[in-house]
Unconditional design. Structure first.
Length: 306
């Protein structure tokens, strides 16, 4: 990954960043390691949005991004889309739903396919986020695909995690099973104009009220939001800012960097294993497991960066 100088104004080199992200998406692990930038001189504020399909994440992100732009901030959105079963590419639904802010020169939106990842992200999300930081964004929004085991991944890669739920959809139960309810810093009951919103708010409030807390623990905030009447949008932005301020005095930044590097390493290894197995095909699958494992381990070799 080639490091680029930061622009002196708020206009984003969309073409340059687009080309860089395309190279990263198409790179093998060997190619990624040779040009790897594993830390950024400038760290953007990262906010993750997760939730079931149809919960309104993209619309909520569009509203949040508009607020960031109104503050004069360069804002990037990395939306992980479901992978097309035909082309293997992103279905690009998020970009379509964010058209309301897409023309602003300080905003960059990129939809990427989830590909081989099973944690709501894509298998090279750390590389893509680091590349975006090289372009001097103030705020980066990461949108996941649905609700899966994302608490172990997106929570590591972002500073603030927003869980978006719909009234009476069963999303809260699924989120509890997946552990995301406990990981979310902010929970938004979106489409609060729909029937059952108040009941969902009361149920989740009870759940949150039973969670153990200490004086140094962030209290998960519950927000009602609606794109129809605009309620909760400003409150969401304010709460993200409050959480950011809380992190500045309560987070171990060295530990955060170690966790992000560990996740990055795991993702690189998983990608390399997938590459080798794809290259070997049935030759490796037809072996006994011990032999297949040993051959696979021998082929997942370090890259000479010299």
């Amino acid at each position: 990954m080639t490091q680029r100088p930061l622009a002196g104004n708020n206009v984003i080199d969309r073409r340059g960043l687009g080309r860089m992200l395309s190279r990263i998406m198409n790179a093998s692990v060997d190619e990624a390691l040779i040009g790897l930038v594993d830390s950024s001189d400038r760290t953007a504020r990262r906010v993750g949005f997760t939730g079931a399909p149809g919960a309104g994440k993209s619309t909520l992100i569009s509203r949040y991004a508009k607020g960031c732009l109104e503050q004069g901030n360069k804002t990037g959105i990395l939306a992980i889309d479901p992978t097309s079963p035909v082309s293997g590419g992103a279905l690009l639904g998020d970009r379509i739903r964010m058209d309301a802010v897409a023309d602003d020169a300080r905003l960059f939106i990129r939809s990427v396919p989830s590909r081989n990842a099973h944690d709501g992200l894509c298998d090279n999300a750390p590389d893509l986020l680091l590349a975006m930081e090289q372009f001097g964004f103030d705020d980066i929004v990461l949108e996941t695909v649905g609700v899966g085991q994302v608490e172990y991944s997106v929570k590591t890669l972002v500073d603030t995690l927003v869980l978006v739920l719909m009234p009476e959809s069963g999303d809260a139960i699924q989120a509890m099973k997946a552990g995301i309810l406990e990981s979310a810093d902010i929970i938004v009951i979106n489409k609060a104009d729909l029937p059952g919103a108040e009941r969902s708010h009361a149920e989740i409030s009870v759940i949150l009220g039973h969670r153990p807390r200490t004086a140094d623990t962030w209290s998960t905030q519950l927000i009602m939001a609606s794109d129809i009447d605009g309620r909760g949008i400003g409150q969401l932005s304010d709460t993200i800012i409050q959480h950011r301020a809380w992190l500045s005095t309560h987070r171990d930044h060295d530990d955060m960097r170690r966790k992000r590097r560990a996740y990055h390493l795991h993702s690189l290894i998983a990608r390399r294993v997938h590459e080798v197995m794809h290259q070997m095909g049935d030759d490796i699958i037809n072996q006994d497991l011990v032999g297949a494992f040993r051959q696979l381990a021998s082929l997942v070799a370090p890259v000479d960066r010299g």
